[in-house]
Design a protein around this ligand. Structure first.
Ligand code: ADP
Length: 170
């Protein structure tokens, strides 16, 4: 059974992420979206919110699981009995960091491999950071985030504005 792990912050999920998930899921029997809990930056969306947004955006895929993790990616891989990590590459600017991470991980766990899927050119400018910047200023994110996830994001942010949610808003 070929199992891929696609790790990331997904704060929030974008159409670029979904493209990588769909393509990765075609290459593997099972793809695990690993949501990093201990992101160094304070996320805009809580873990539960990020999961809800992803669930909505990938409900059309049957061989994808969403599993949060903390700590080292290599420990998560071992725990999931997976040896392959998938990452997306948007531009040369992503490459240096990704190469360093892939090498550091393989140094810790030589049996693993990282495979890179090049972004669909249509999504190459999309990042969670861009989505968050637009959200902070009340702009339209419909071209950046899967349609099924938008109403969840609106519901979450609406709740926060009314003071019922987390207030970090970073
Ligand atoms: P991280 O904080 O680990 O970089 P992200 O959620 O920002 O987490 O990204 C997770 C992965 O998705 C990374 O490999 C990143 O390069 C990739 N990715 C992000 N946006 C896109 C996009 N628009 N197209 C393709 N891959 C992307």
């Amino acid at each position: 059974m070929i199992k891929f792990v696609y790790p990331g912050s997904f704060d929030p999920l974008t159409k670029g992420h979904v493209d990588i998930i769909e393509r990765g899921a075609k290459l593997a029997d099972r793809l695990i979206v690993g949501i990093l809990m201990n992101a160094t930056k304070q996320p805009m969306f809580t873990l539960e919110e990020r999961i809800e947004i992803i669930q909505a955006g990938i409900s059309h895929l049957s061989n994808v699981d969403i599993i949060p993790f903390d700590g080292l990616l290599v420990d998560f891989l071992k725990q999931q009995e997976a040896r392959t990590v998938v990452r997306g590459l948007r531009a040369v600017s992503d490459f240096e960091y990704e190469l360093q991470m892939a090498q550091a991980n393989r140094n810790l766990y030589p049996e693993m491999e990282t495979i890179f899927l090049c972004t669909n050119v249509e999504y190459s400018f999309i990042s969670s950071t861009v989505v968050k910047d637009i959200l902070r200023h009340g702009g339209d994110i419909s071209h950046l985030v899967p349609e099924e996830s938008i109403h969840i994001i609106e519901k979450i942010l609406g709740g926060k504005e009314n003071g019922s949610g987390s207030t970090d808003g970073n």
